[in-house]
Design a protein around this ligand. Structure first.
Ligand code: ADP
Length: 549
């Protein structure tokens, strides 16, 4: 903004100069001075036209050239005989007046320009002072120095790989800017609680050696109106002052929950401020925002648009191998005698955070029992205690594993078949990604419903039973159907919402039932694979299906 103001001044000033130069060129005397003899010759040969006396000179044209000659040096009478001569009353002041006028204008203009410039500078200085004092003011928005690196984060190698480029950018921003490469402004880490999203963000800061600003989404949405937006502004000011830097916003859903439904002006103002700040980044600002959420579906679409959180990284619960390496990290400084494979096996569904407290509890248990080393029985003894503290995390019985793996496999195969994007699917959880498309077709939405109904259809087909594990998926399917009817009116008949939803769901159900019946063999093969490896990727599903069909 300041730059463009300055530019305007420069343009106006140059325009003025050009006008002056043109005037000067136009008014300039372009005649050649010649001596009296030549002039006299021309006069006598009647080669003189447009003669004019102006001041002390006689001006005339001869051919295409203009000449002047001191009027007292020639015989004017001779001239009068051959041609008419205009006499211009000399006005010695006119030229001076014009010059003075222009100079005056120029001076006034320059003075005004200087004043404006000074005002602008003062304003900038004031802003800087205000900003500096704001930064000086005690505040809980402070950068942290992170000494955590990727060595402290076990497993999740694919996540690390995805973040490598961002770390390199933070380390050598110049390299990327020279090539005009635009770096993502926001990275969204999506995954259940305790899988290490905060840890990962800290590790990115630690690896890159840049300051780390931590804020939880909830801390923005405060009691006083307007505080949230103000806090966001302050956060970004401080981050830019410390750039290159990382801003980490934990539980961004507190701010970025999809709008609509119950209005909440405060949250909306905060969200808008966040969007404004992210849009206002210059590519060279060197600030990267990392945010964490466990429910991407809940987020406002505005946050996911290009230039905002356009990079998403899915972090899932650790699989067996990953659990083993997390256990190793937390056991590293403790004496133990354990079969780590066995511990990893029995901790299905444990997040990194749960594993860390499990190791701690086991160590306490061993100590209390007067042992020198931690043993398997210490883990067994405290496992349920740790589990009880964690909602939703459960270890399945063998029977439950069979059910759940078939359920998840049916979803995976259907999703693969119908082109519903997902990254990985496991015993616990899936991450069907939201469509990246701006315009989603009715077919796309139907396909998503079918995926959510596939598990239940498989249960009915294979076990002739329905189970409670379908609850969430059935809810998702219903929500999509409702959206299709209420939001997008993808209906045959208006006005009968409930009946139209029912129709959509029934149609999807019958389609997916016949699909899983045809794909049963493949689904069960995949289910075995899921039991064995806990999670499978889209690629694995593809390979397996290619083998069968
Ligand atoms: P989230 O932000 O996803 O809720 P956190 O990053 O807060 O999870 O993780 C909580 C704690 O769990 C971490 O501080 C760390 O001790 C442990 N933890 C989680 N995942 C891992 C992991 N992959 N490797 C090592 N420790 C982990």
């Amino acid at each position: 903004m300041e730059v463009s103001k300055k530019n305007r001044y420069i343009i106006a000033f140059s325009a003025l100069l050009v006008v002056l130069l043109l005037l000067f060129a136009f008014l300039r005397d372009r005649s050649h001075l010649i001596d009296a003899r030549t002039a006299q010759n021309l006069i006598e040969n009647s080669l003189v036209e447009d003669a004019k006396i102006d001041g002390a000179y006689l001006y005339f044209r001869s051919g295409t050239e203009r000449y002047r000659v001191p009027k007292d040096a020639i015989d004017l009478k001779e001239l009068y005989k051959t041609t008419a001569v205009a006499v211009k009353e000399p006005n010695p002041y006119l030229a001076d007046l014009i010059t003075i006028g222009f100079l005056a204008l120029l001076v006034i203009y320059l003075l005004r320009w200087a004043r404006k410039n000074r005002e602008l500078k003062e304003q900038q200085l004031n802003e800087q002072i205000q900003f500096a004092s704001e930064l000086q003011r005690p505040s809980d928005i402070k950068p942290m120095v992170s000494n955590i690196t990727f060595k402290d984060v076990a497993g999740i190698n694919d996540v690390k790989e995805e973040l490598e480029e961002i770390i390199d950018f933070l380390r050598h921003p110049g390299k990327y800017l020279n090539f005009g490469i635009r770096m993502p402004r926001g990275v969204l880490l999506v995954g259940p609680p305790g899988v290490g999203k905060t840890l990962i963000a800290k590790a990115v800061a630690g690896e890159a050696g840049v300051p780390f600003f931590y804020q939880s989404g909830a801390s923005f949405v405060q009691i006083y109106v307007g505080m949230g937006a103000k806090r966001v502004r302050e956060l970004f000011k401080r981050a830019k002052a410390a750039a290159p830097a990382i801003v980490f916003i934990d539980e961004i859903d507190a701010v970025g929950k999809a709008r609509g439904g119950m209005r909440n002006d405060e949250r909306e103002a905060t969200l808008n401020q966040l969007l404004t700040e992210m849009d206002g980044f210059e590519d060279s600002s060197g600030v990267i925002v990392i945010a964490a959420t466990n429910k991407i579906e809940m987020l406002d679409d505005a946050l996911l648009r290009p230039g905002r959180f356009d990079r998403r990284v899915y972090v899932s619960l650790p699989n067996k191998e990953e659990r083993k390496s997390i256990l190793k990290i937390y056991l590293a400084n403790k004496p133990y005698h354990l079969d780590l494979d066995e511990i990893a096996q029995m901790t299905v569904g444990f997040s990194g955070a749960a594993l860390s407290s499990l190791v701690n509890e086991a160590a306490i248990h061993a100590l209390k029992s007067g042992k020198k080393v931690i043993e398997g029985e210490d883990f067994l003894a405290v496992k349920d205690k740790v589990l009880l503290g964690k909602r939703k995390i459960l270890t399945y019985s063998e029977e439950e594993k069979r059910i759940q793996s078939a359920y998840q496999a049916a979803k995976a195969v259907t999703a693969y078949w119908l082109d519903v994007d997902f990254d990985k699917i496991g015993l616990l959880g899936d991450n069907f990604q939201r469509s990246e498309k701006e315009i989603v077709s009715k077919t796309d939405m139907m396909n998503r419903i079918k995926v959510y109904l596939a598990g239940d259809a498989m249960m009915h087909l294979h076990f002739n039973e329905h189970y409670t594990n379908a609850a969430n998926d059935l809810k998702e399917a219903r929500l999509i159907a409702r959206d299709m009817v209420e939001h997008y009116s993808m209906v045959d008949r208006f006005g009968a919402a409930a009946a139209e939803e029912e129709k959509i769901l029934m149609e999807a159900k019958s389609d997916v039932e016949s699909f899983v019946a045809r794909a049963e063999e493949g689904i069960m093969r995949l289910a075995d694979e899921i039991i064995r490896r806990e999670t499978v990727s889209r690629e694995d599903v593809k390979e397996l299906l290619n083998e069968i069909f």
